[in-house]
Design a protein around this ligand. Structure first.
Ligand SMILES: [Zn+2]
Ligand SMILES: [Zn+2]
Length: 276
């Protein structure tokens, strides 16, 4: 990999619960996990079921230090953590970061509560990796590695969720999920994250037609993502966090409709790589 590379990899693009079966083959069924590779460093966002495959790639590439940022800790963004092999390896350092429950729960408490009997056979004491627990609050500007700047905001989601804007060497990635929009009003937090971004990863769980029955669930639509992308000057829009029942054929239709309105739109799929 070239040293100035900035690459994004989707390891899980599904929302709510993983799915499998022939109707989900092409876009994939793993829940949220996104990897950023920059200058030889790796950052993961969320530990949905996709994080298991991410771990295999990290091992193959001999990565010894990993930063994992949670947007929030609903099951679909956390369920893969006990199956993330690096936490059991004594030669790896894993830094875990969260900010959605600032002042209520620390990252360490969240992991301890989640990974223990009777929900899981063993508790985090069994982890042999060097685990670092880091807490921040929405609004903080994080600099986890030299040259990388991460801006954070709170998104509109039950229990809170952090949206990230990651800037590195003049390139910008925005993570804008899980979030619910207000009908008829562009979300200021989303616009802040997406301003002039090279790619924005947006919560496209629903369609506008489905939205009235889903108010309060904390998710948005692909149509809203396109409106925001146009307002914010976003170059590419990755539709993400697909509803579990959404089939490949339906996602093809959504992609075609979205691209007719905004050529930079695409439906994210498992194991997709983007060069930034
Ligand atoms: Zn989710
Ligand atoms: Zn959620």
């Amino acid at each position: 990999m070239k040293h100035d590379n900035f690459e994004l990899k989707f390891w899980g693009v599904r929302g709510s619960i993983p799915v499998s079966g022939p109707e989900f083959d092409r876009y994939g069924g793993n829940t949220s996990c996104i990897e950023l590779r920059h200058g030889g460093r790796r950052i993961l966002f969320d530990a949905g079921t996709g994080v298991r495959e991410a771990a295999a790639a990290l091992r193959t590439d001999g990565i010894g230090e990993i930063d994992l940022f949670f947007t929030h800790t609903h099951y679909d963004h956390m369920i893969g953590l006990p199956f993330f092999d690096p936490i059991y390896s004594s030669d790896v350092t894993v830094n875990l970061w969260s900010g959605h429950l600032a002042g209520k729960s620390t990252t360490h408490e969240l992991v301890d509560q989640f990974m223990r009997p009777p929900w899981f056979p063993v508790d985090p004491e069994i982890c042999r990796a060097t685990l670092g627990f880091h807490d921040f609050k929405a609004g903080d500007v994080l600099k986890p590695h030299p040259g990388i700047v991460m801006r954070t905001v709170t998104l509109n989601h039950p229990g809170g969720c952090i949206g990230y804007r990651i800037e590195w060497a003049g390139r910008i990635v925005a993570l804008v999920y899980d979030t619910e929009h207000m009908a008829g009003k562009a979300d200021d937090a989303a616009l802040f994250l997406m301003k002039d971004a090279d790619v924005a990863i947006y919560d496209a769980t629903y369609t506008d037609a489905e939205m009235p029955k889903r108010l309060g669930f904390g998710h948005s639509t692909w149509q809203e993502g396109i409106k925001l992308a146009k307002l914010a000057g976003t170059k590419r829009l990755a539709m993400f966090h697909h509803a579990p029942e959404r089939t490949d054929d339906q996602l093809d239709e959504i992609q075609a409709a979205a691209q007719a309105e905004f050529p930079g739109a695409f439906v994210a799929f498992d194991e997709q790589t983007l060069q930034l």
